[in-house]
Ligand binder design. Structure first.
Ligand SMILES: [Zn+2]
Ligand SMILES: [Zn+2]
Length: 329
């Protein structure tokens, strides 16, 4: 048996095929639409669809529809399909998400394959398209708050255990990655070796809400992936250009965007990047890490301080004026 496996492996490598147990490589040769400097004058297609392999699609909402330009992923098994996130645009007239996704699903026993919609997390740019699927039959949606995430994926010891989604000859592992959002999860698809890391890890700003949870998540996902083959780590946004500079906040135009895929090695750097994070803001290699909550608190504290200084200055000025006035003959 062992000899047969070795022969099979050798034949596979000679034929350029993936060895037994190795994820088949897909097509990552895609140029994502850059949006436009003037979205009124030039309107690119609202939704770009890239076929990674026969059963895996990478979709992206146009930067002209939403500066978030979120990526959405569709994984098809033999009994059902999984859609990871539904993007930032609710209106089906502007964003034909449901019609596109449902149109990509194969038929099983004369019926369209059932679809499970899950999310990396509950921020609106990842779930605004949910409503488009409301009337579609055989579509189930996992909620985004923590109790729904725990129950919907079947976690028994959140955030320490790994949950699994069975799509039929395709199992997707669900890894708890809170930190950016309390119920954030990442997905690992053993069939392709793809990791879907949402806003937890992406080529852009890593916004952290809970630093300790994020550090634990970085350790947890790296531990999980240590002995697994990873082809690409795919986040939900690209916010860097090819020179490693962050795109301007809110920009509808990314003319020289960095590639979407990150690697297992990039992800392995995350614990170190987070170790040097001071809780407010840090820039480490390509990764800008900051806490929006802490930054807002800081801005709030500075505003309050400024207000106190202004009030005290005015009080001092009025008193001085009154004093000068009273002192007049
Ligand atoms: Zn987010
Ligand atoms: Zn996002």
């Amino acid at each position: 048996m062992k000899v047969a496996m070795i022969v099979l492996c050798c034949m596979a490598s000679l034929l350029g095929m993936p060895a037994v147990g190795q994820p088949a490589p897909g097509d990552m040769n895609v140029h994502w639409d850059a949006g436009a400097a003037n979205c009124q004058a030039h309107t690119p297609r609202p939704l770009q669809v890239h076929r990674y392999d026969a059963n895996t699609y990478l979709l992206r909402e146009s930067l002209c529809q939403t500066y978030e330009g979120p990526f959405i992923y569709l994984l098809i098994g033999t009994s059902r399909a999984l859609l990871i996130d539904t993007g930032d645009v609710a209106d089906a007239n502007k964003m034909p998400l449901a019609s596109t996704v449902l149109g990509l699903l194969p038929q099983v026993n004369g019926k369209r394959m059932p679809l499970l919609i899950a999310h990396t997390h509950g921020h609106l740019d990842h779930r605004s398209g949910d409503g488009q699927f409301a009337a579609a039959p055989d579509v189930a949606i996992v909620g985004t708050d923590l109790p729904h995430v725990i129950e919907g994926f079947g976690f028994h010891d959140w955030p320490n255990d790994i949950a699994h989604i069975d799509l039929g000859e395709r199992t997707v592992d669900v890894i708890a990655t809170p930190g950016h959002y309390p119920s954030h999860v990442s997905f690992y698809d053993a069939n392709t070796g793809l990791v879907f890391s949402g806003d937890f890890f992406l080529p852009g700003r890593l916004i952290i809400d809970d630093t300790e949870a994020d550090r634990a998540s970085a350790a947890r996902i790296n531990q999980f992936l240590r002995d697994r083959l990873v082809t690409y780590v795919l986040g939900s946004h690209v916010e860097l250009d090819r020179h490693g500079q962050t795109e301007p906040m809110g920009s509808n135009w990314h003319p020289d965007e960095a590639p979407l895929p990150l690697s297992k090695e990039d992800l392995a750097q995350l614990p170190q990047v987070l170790a040097s994070f001071n809780g407010f803001y840090s820039q480490s290699d390509r990764f800008t890490v900051y806490s929006q909550t802490r930054m807002l608190q800081l801005v709030g504290a500075i505003a309050v301080l400024l207000l106190i200084v202004i009030v005290l200055s005015l009080r001092w000025w009025f008193r001085r004026r009154r004093h000068t006035h009273d002192g007049q003959p």
